[in-house]
Design a protein around this ligand. Sequence first.
Ligand code: BGC
Length: 401
Amino acid sequence: MPNFYFGTSLSAHQAEGNNFSSDWWEFEHSILKDKGLAPSGLASNHWELFENDHKLARELGHNSHRFSIEWAKIEPSQGQVNYEAVNHYKKVFASLSHNKLIPFVTLLHFSLPKWFADLGGFEKKGNIRHYLDYCKLIGNTFRDEMKHIITINEPDIYAYHSYLINKWPPQKGRYLLYSKVLKNLALAHRLAYEDLKGINPDFQIGVAKNNQVFRPDRSGNPLDHLLSHLLHQQWNHRFLDLIKKHQDFIGLNYYFYRCVRADPKLVDTFCQMSYPTSRKTDMNWEVYPKGLYILLHDLHKRYKKPVIITENGVADRFDKLREDVIKESLYWTMKAREEKVDVQGYLHWSLIDNYEWDSGFEQRFGLIKVDYDENFSRTVRPSALIYRDLIKKYQKQIEQE
Ligand code: BGC
């Protein structure tokens, strides 16, 4: 067991390629195509190159790796298991073990099997049993290969994009449905937790939760304060409160720093606006590494569970910001750790460049660059070497405690 989990995160749909039985595949070949966006296609060809990618991760000093198993590949039609896909993931686990990378396994990372989406996905409580069957299949098959399981990646980001702002499939923006989907996802998690624990009580189970820092725009304005507080509660606590008795750790995905202003003109963005900082990623997101420290303390205080940072990173094609972001993010993580927050790992998003949902291939989050025109060749970015050196430094520091 390492003294701290250092590594990266990745998801199947974004990296593997050929996820043609999923709802996203269909969405890419209709709605996104009409918008002129290239489909995920072979993505980063991680399906074929995973051994090479794991080896690179090992060489970069990582001891852990988060990835997702694609339900649409395991069960492309309802009730029919594709054993070729199952065998593929067996090889993935074997390669991780060969490279001494501890697996963090996500069971659902946004994309759904198309048949499940056609049944109404998580809009219907009755559909949850299909998800549970899939979870049990994975739990039984890989009982001895995995310990850390993330049942659902960012339930709130999923529900928000798919059921509130109409951006992702099935593009049904209705508040009541959004609320229902969130509740069903929480129920799905709780039931999956129980089923998986029944298979192996040693499994460590959580969700990867997207939490954000909400900051009042005007320090002396009580309405800005009230709104920030309400958004913090709604976004950061509501889902976790629903599953608080069913989690062994909290996975924290951190990207966003929001400025909150009670202004009727901002109603479309739920009174949130960009915080004016000089550092912005290629996605135009603010860079605020101290946010990790704030959120780690908040989670620790409220839930008293170990936290693993399951995503944190920047879209930064020319690798101008990433080095500083990694340095500062690790600094704030370790500071929280010194102050007795039980934070046990940092998994950077992402190991390799990959398909960024409705933003396509332009956005580059990888420590390793992928050349899509040159046979998916991989080039290690300079920031990956800085991360490697920091891992060594912090591992030594922790050993000496
Ligand atoms: C998601 C990833 C995504 C990343 C960057 C997270 O919300 O889990 O799939 O690529 O953010 O946008």
